[in-house]
Design a protein around this ligand. Structure first.
Ligand code: AMP
Length: 400
């Protein structure tokens, strides 16, 4: 067995998965939640079982040690050294990384320098990387960046029309996010495009965070998220794109500070802000079914923003062979898919099988009819497998 672990860390959490590579078999997975708080939650899934305990995690190093010790205790590994590589998800790689990189001193420094662009995430990734380095000092690590896939954009697609001196001095530009997911979806989508030369794909990663990406020949051409994940389409709690003057106006009419309004746009807007009910689309759909007008509006707004981007990217790509729906809403909510596709029928000739769509949740399947001018598929995303593949390919395969 060749064990490769993937780590997805947040400021107070540490999610992990252990794979047997290159078979890509998931041996176990889990999550340490509430790291740094008085009581933690430790979830460990293996052999079809799920165990939950409540240890205290004063910091990520304690959480990392518990993860590895649990693998030993359960007999999944016999020795620390059996873990041959670790792949860390890193949210912001800025202009430095267009692919995964060995997590060495130079990578650490670059990730650190990008903290202003990912204030919560990049520090957590560094803390977690260091925590695992302490527990597994001999294990090589790789950083896989959410932004890397989007580095192939052209300047017209990533430069913001602000004074150029700012663009250059502070690297202010569109970086995008969810890149690992979009790249996975683009690769998986090819199975529906046999024989298509220069495939053009629009992938819709629509969950609590949501982004849409235009992909040609496997490369990102344009993506909806911006300097940070606040940009693009409306999301669970984020505004997405707006007239920038809304920011200034809200500051002036409410008397709130710029930081407070920024937090409001990130955490209290989107589905939550418009509906006043929830950031979870399932709650909004239930309220809409009961006739709640703001819930109805929130859903319509969400669909309209998705359509705006699909239209824009259809033009940007010069057509489209496949539209992919993924993430929590894209994989599980037939009505969003149906309403978006219906609205694309007259302009793009999109036609879906409504019966297949209505039943489809969490499965990889084509939902378009053979006569549809653009194919439409639901593909469950898997960022972890991309991270595990990179860690395996860089640390193990090349050295065998
Ligand atoms: P994500 O961030 O990808 O986990 O997506 C979360 C969003 O997906 C929320 O708005 C949920 O309402 C929506 N969703 C719809 N159906 C499901 C489901 N079966 N499981 C998880 N999320 C779902």
């Amino acid at each position: 067995m060749t064990f490769v672990m993937t780590i997805n860390s947040g400021s107070s959490s540490l999610k992990f998965k252990l794979y047997d590579m290159p078979e890509e078999k998931v041996l176990c997975s889990g999550n340490c939640e509430r790291v740094g708080e008085k009581s933690g939650i430790f979830t460990f899934k293996y052999d079809g079982k799920k165990e939950v305990s409540y240890p205290v995690f004063p910091n990520h190093a304690v959480a990392a040690k518990l993860v590895v010790d649990t693998l030993l205790e359960k007999g999944i590994i016999k020795d620390y050294d059996e873990i041959r590589a670790i792949g860390h998800r890193v949210v912001q790689g800025g202009k430095y990384f267009s692919s995964s990189a060995f997590f060495d001193e130079d990578t650490e420094k670059k990730i650190e320098s990008l903290i202003p662009l990912a204030v919560l995430h990049n520090p957590a990734h560094l803390v977690c990387f260091r925590a695992f380095k302490e527990v597994l000092p001999n294990c090589p690590a790789v950083a896989t960046f959410d932004t890397a896939f989007h580095q192939s954009m052209e300047p017209e697609d990533y430069v913001f029309p602000i004074p150029f001196v700012l663009t250059e001095k502070y690297d202010i530009r569109r970086y995008g996010a969810h890149g690992t997911s979009h790249q996975y979806l683009a690769q998986e989508g090819l199975k529906y495009l046999e024989g298509v030369e220069h495939p053009k794909i629009i992938s819709c990663h629509i969950g609590s965070g949501a982004s849409i990406t235009a992909i040609k020949d496997g490369k990102c051409v344009a993506t909806s998220m911006g300097l940070t994940p606040l940009g693009g389409i409306m999301m669970g709690t984020r505004t997405g794109d707006m007239d920038p003057s809304v920011f200034n106006y809200v500051v002036s009419v409410t008397g709130k500070s710029a930081e407070e309004v920024y937090q409001m746009f990130n955490k209290k807007s989107g589905f939550l802000g418009v509906s006043g009910i929830s950031n979870d689309q399932r709650d909004i759909i239930e309220a809409a079914d009961n006739g709640n007008p703001r819930a109805i509006l929130a859903n319509k707004l969400f669909n309209r923003r998705i359509l705006d981007y699909i239209g824009q990217y259809y033009v940007r790509l010069g057509g489209c062979d496949l539209i992919i729906f993924s993430a929590g809403i894209g994989e599980n909510e037939p009505r969003t898919r149906r309403d978006v596709c219906k609205a694309l029928e007259s302009s793009l000739g999109v036609k879906i099988n409504e019966e297949v769509n209505a039943k489809l949740r969490g499965k990889d399947m084509l939902i378009s009819l053979p006569e549809s001018k653009v194919k439409v598929a639901v593909i469950p995303t898997d960022e972890e497998i991309m991270i595990a593949r990179d860690a395996y390919n860089m640390c193990i395969k090349g050295k065998q």
